[in-house]
Every structure is written in C-alpha cells, then in structure tokens.
Design a binder for this molecule. Sequence first.
Ligand SMILES: O=C(O)[C@H](O)CO
Length: 322
Amino acid sequence: MSRLKILIANPTVPQIAYKLLADKYEVTTSTSHDRAAILKDVRGVDALFWATHNRIDKEILDAAGPQLKVIGTMSVGYNHIDLEEVKARGIKLSNTPNVLNGAVADIAMLLALAAARRYPEGRQHIERGTWVKEFDTQWMLGQDIAGSTIGIVGLGRIGQTIAKRLQGFDAHKILYTGHKEKPQAKDLGYEFVNLDELARRSDFIFLSAPLTNETMNMCNEAFFAKMKKNGILINISRGQLVDQDALIAALKAGRIFAAGLDVMIPEPLNTDSELLKLPNVVLTPHIGSATGNTRNAMAKLTAENILAGLAGEELISPVPLP
Ligand SMILES: O=C(O)[C@H](O)CO
C-alpha cells in the first residue's frame, strides 16, 4: 500500500516537524513558500503543513485534490483560511494555541515599555546629537505601567498571559472586553467593560483578539477620539483590527501618546510608510512568536496534529469550523 503524502509548505519549518512526520509518511517540503510553488507541490497530498500567511482558499484546496484530509497551520491565527471551504470538504484543521502565549506576551511588553518610555525618540536624540547636556528634569518624560489602568481587548490565552505579566509590573487595574465576562477573570479582579469604556479609561490598550468581521477596524477614528491623551495602543494581533490611517492621524495630532505594533498593514510594511516616520511609534516585524523554543513547539504541535488527523484520531488543537 502506498504511503500517505504530506506537504510541508515552507522550507524553513523546524526539522522536528519533518522528523516526526517522515517517520510514518512520505513528506515533501516545498522549495519556497511562494503561492506558485505551493500550488504545484500540493497536488495529491493527504495532509498539508501550512506555515505561511498565504491564503488557504478554494484554489489551493482544488489544487491539492479531494484526498486532502488534514491541514495544520503553524500559527494561532487562522484568518488566512477559508473555513467554509475547509468544512465543506470534510478536512480537519488545527492551529497552535498556547505554545506561543509567553513569547507573544513578551513582545507585547517590549512594545508597551518601549512606547511608554519613548524608546525610538531617545535613540534618535543619541544618534542626532540632540541629547540634552544639562539635567533637564522634564526631558523625555514617559509613562509608568505601575499604577496604570490596562485595557485588554480579547482576554483569551495570550491576553491572559499579557495581564499576568502586567501584574508583575504593578498595574493598578485590568479592564477587558470581549464576547462575554469570564468567571476566572472576575476571580482575579479584572473588570469586564464594553469597548467604549475600555477606550475611555485605559492608559495602555492591548489588542489580543483574533481578526474577525467583528474586530476588523474596531480601533477607528471614533475609538481614538475616546482614548486618553496619554493612552498607548499595543497591537500584537492583526493589523486589520486597526484603521491604520486613523491611528496615524491620532498619533500625529498628539491625540494619543504612542503606539507599539507588531502587526500592521501591509506586511511587510512599505518602507515609505508614515508609521516609520513617527517618533511615537514602536514597530517590530510580526515576530511575536519568533523565539527558537516557541517556533519548535509550534512546529511540533502542528506535526502532532497532522499525525493525529491522519490516524483518524481527535486533533490536539482543532480549529472550530463554522
Ligand atoms: O497567528 C500567529 O501564530 C502569528 O501571528 C503568526 O502568524
């Protein structure tokens, strides 16, 4: 009997995934994560290991063929996947929750601290020789996390990890918004509020909700108008949660204090983007989960899901299909 086939659709996936899968199945790795290369390599595979921001849509699924049984995306987000198409074809789909919580929460903290303490501006002063010589007690004043009110949009696994880290920094109050109040959050003293109240009361706002029709552009002009003047926006989710032009306008006008973004539009960001010119913006290139340990754990979990799916077992971390 011929062995089932798996395509790893990205040549940079950690070896651990290959080792786990190749032990039992015929594994090929696409030469590149370009869509054109994947469309060619995907023909006839039984499982697909996905590790790109390319869309998984009808075109990819048609190219794979009707024998495709399992897809594992090496990401926690799955907004790049046409869930209805996947469901209609009876394909099992997994993602990689939990294993990246700490790494993504760390990037959120990096952005929050750097935005609050005006890191890009400080560095510019050093580079340009505009570092004030005398001790000016009012120069480069930033914001404290200690004593601040935090607003978390989407208190899921990553949001909860961010909240835990912020408690270590002595934040005064944690507000959150989402679909519904969470009993475990109530026990921790976190307050459930609506988006408007969160915008109005928070000193730091963290976006950690997935991209859906509901969250798309939720931070728009009206949202920024409600934020405090000292408010700082941190986005580690998806760029599309934010109306980027409205954010740029709010930052330029000094309507809000600063922003820290690991995600933006487009990715990669255009090198002439206004975001790069603003001193009160801290940017990282969508590297929330980019640590060696975390990427290995994500690769391992994706491979284990595929193994479970091909063996006809329950997936470890299934994506709920509509
Ligand atoms: O969703 C994730 O895991 C990261 O944002 C990488 O896409």
